[in-house]
Design a protein around this ligand. Structure first.
Ligand code: ZN
Length: 272
């Protein structure tokens, strides 16, 4: 089986220090946390930025500062979020793409979060995708629903996205696709051929679906963006979450990919 790529999503847009006491928020904290997760086996860092007050921001300078601090410490693959919570327009959400990440997230359909719209209209998706293409940034296609997979296929047909794609199946978002094995298999049945895939399972289904992805030969994402506690009332850290996945992989004989190996698996070519 292919080696396992572990992505760490250390901060996200939603968690607060009150909910997750180990949450890294400042660029220095985020970089230090990513470094310890890299040492433990993470090969991609999925990065969101916060402003001075800890609020989500799409400020490209903030993204750039985090990336510089991370690159000074390790060779982990840097993936910026262009998600709907930190900015409104494609220009705002896509500004970070010009700051040399190797990857960036690209959600290819709209859906709902628990309290807001995961707003991704066709024009915005196209604009973000073309900006990534121009900058040589590989999109990670974020799939919250089957329609996102179908739209990704449609956009490859139009030459806007390139194959092979890397697809992240996101399950367990409240108000969206539930985190069940059945839903995961349903999405997998509809994957475009030759794509690589990972699972991000939010909240309660995190352990079960992460283990399933590891056993099935997919890749996995973990971190406080996705899960803040595994047992009620027991706050967890990003490092603990990565270590758990490394241990699960070890139990099934799945080796962990280094960032260099992950770059090969994903076909990345613009590491600087
Ligand atoms: Zn994210």
């Amino acid at each position: 089986m292919e080696k396992l790529i572990i992505t760490v999503a250390p901060t996200g847009n939603v968690p607060t220090i009150d909910q997750a006491p180990h949450l890294p928020v400042s660029p220095a904290e985020i970089a230090e946390d990513i470094f310890s997760c890299w040492q433990a086996g993470a090969s991609i860092a999925h990065i969101h930025a916060r402003d001075e007050d800890g609020k989500p921001t799409a400020d490209p300078e903030r993204f750039s500062e985090i990336a510089k601090k991370v690159k000074a410490k390790c060779d982990i693959i840097i993936q910026f979020s262009t998600g709907a919570r930190a900015g409104k327009s494609a220009a705002e959400r896509g500004a970070c793409i010009d700051h040399q990440p190797e990857m960036a997230s690209l959600t290819t359909s709209s859906s709902n979060f628990a309290d807001s719209v995961n707003y991704n209209p066709p024009e915005l998706i196209k604009e973000l995708a073309l900006r990534m293409k121009k900058q040589g940034v590989k999109p990670e296609i974020e799939v919250f629903d089957l329609s996102a997979l179908e739209n990704a296929k449609y956009l490859t047909g139009k030459g806007i996205l390139e194959t092979p794609m890397h697809i992240n199946l996101v399950l367990g978002v409240p108000g969206s696709l539930a985190g069940t094995p059945r839903n995961l298999f349903f999405l997998l049945e509809n994957l475009p051929s030759a794509s690589t895939w990972s699972v991000t399972s939010i909240g309660r289904s995190h352990s079960q679906l992460s283990a399933l992805a590891i056993v099935l030969g997919g890749h996995v994402r973990t971190g406080l963006e996705d899960v803040m506690e595994l047992e009620k009332g027991q706050p967890i850290s990003n490092l603990q979450l990565v270590n758990r996945l490394v241990n699960i992989a070890g139990a099934y004989g799945r080796e962990i990919a280094t960032p260099a190996e992950a770059r090969k698996i994903l076909g990345l070519n613009n590491f600087k």
